[in-house]
Design a protein around this ligand. Structure first.
Ligand SMILES: Nc1ncnc2c1ncn2[C@@H]1O[C@H](COP(=O)(O)OP(=O)(O)OP(=O)(O)O)[C@@H](O)[C@H]1O
Length: 306
């Protein structure tokens, strides 16, 4: 790598870190944690609202002063790239062949949120060699260190490339909708992820609810079943009501907090962000003594087990 190119990348990283740190509210910055929290936003079926949750939660976290990276790991070009009309500037192959760095794929969405369009990574994941996977995860580790939260929009279901990405996080947010089949979907996801990748902490978010009781009832049913058959830690993250403003913000290629800052549904995402920042990792996981080392181990586990 030439000196000029190294400088370019360093400048880019400084810009990334700088723009992500810019605050939009006047609130004092929350106490800085060491190490980033990687949360996979996934679910049992398409259209549950995973991308909607990932992007609006990201912005609510950024509003609280957190530096947030959203990894669009959905299949193909990914939902979020399409949603924001973004075409990645380079391909995964160019990253793997060191023509471009992973950082160069990152796009600034504004409002303190950065997006890594990694849909092609998921598409090609199974065909990567072990050394390519390792190189990719090392690049991910370097990238994630610059953020407080990394939200992976991980796609739906249990194909290995989807669950592989979901398992790269210690925390999993399962987005479900209030349909009876959701219980089966959620149970299958929890069982598969915990069976394949070991101890993960699960948060359960019910999207498109009629009211709060509907979401809580679904969670009670799921906990009763998982409690009987699985040894997992499951937490209720609450619910997001069905609200046409979410459809509207999608159509306008924006986010709730920018387009409808005072709406009730925007406040729901703010509450979710507040919970995440104040309560710590799901299941009250003790903070690792050496978070960067622990994170490295997680990406390696992910690489070995996928
Ligand atoms: N709470 C909600 N109220 C109303 N509409 C919603 C809500 N959540 C999501 N939607 C809408 O549902 C559609 C699907 O949402 P989204 O793309 O986020 O789902 P997804 O789970 O990421 O889908 P896929 O599995 O295809 O990637 C979008 O049009 C979105 O605007």
């Amino acid at each position: 790598m030439t000196a000029a190119r190294t400088t370019d990348q360093a400048d880019m990283l400084r810009q990334l870190a700088g723009s992500a740190k810019k605050r939009r509210s006047g609130e004092p910055r929350p106490e800085r944690r060491t190490g980033s929290r990687v949360i996979s936003v996934t679910g049992g079926k398409d259209d549950a609202g995973k991308s909607t949750v990932a992007i609006n939660l990201a912005e609510a976290l950024a509003d609280r002063g957190e530096r947030v990276l959203v990894v669009d790991a959905d299949r193909g070009q990914g939902d979020l790239c399409m949603r924001f009309g973004i075409l990645p500037t380079c391909s995964l192959n160019q990253v793997l062949s060191n023509e471009h760095s992973l950082e160069e794929l990152v796009v600034d969405l504004g409002g303190g949120v950065q997006l890594l369009p990694a849909g092609t990574v998921v598409q090609q994941y199974q065909s990567l060699s072990p050394s390519e996977r390792l190189g990719l995860f090392q690049a991910m580790e370097r990238l994630e260190e610059r953020f407080d939260f990394v939200l992976i929009d991980a796609g739906a279901g249990i194909p290995a490339n989807v669950t592989g990405f979901a398992s790269a996080a210690r925390e999993v947010m399962l987005v479900m909708t209030p349909e009876p089949i959701s219980i089966t979907d959620a149970y299958t996801m929890v069982k598969t992820l915990s069976g394949r990748y070991g101890a993960l902490k699960f948060r359960f978010l019910v999207n498109r609810c009629r009211d709060a009781e509907e979401g809580a009832a679904l969670f009670r049913k799921l906990s009763a079943i998982t409690g009987k058959f699985l040894e997992v830690s499951l937490e209720y993250a609450g619910c997001i009501l069905h609200d046409e403003l979410l459809v509207e913000s999608g159509k306008r290629r924006g986010t709730l907090s920018r387009l409808f800052p005072d709406a009730t549904v925007t406040q729901h995402f703010q509450t979710l962000a507040q919970q995440l920042t104040t309560e710590g990792p799901a299941g009250a996981v003790a903070a690792p003594l050496d978070p960067p080392a622990a994170r490295r181990k997680e990406w390696r586990n992910h690489e070995l087990s996928s």
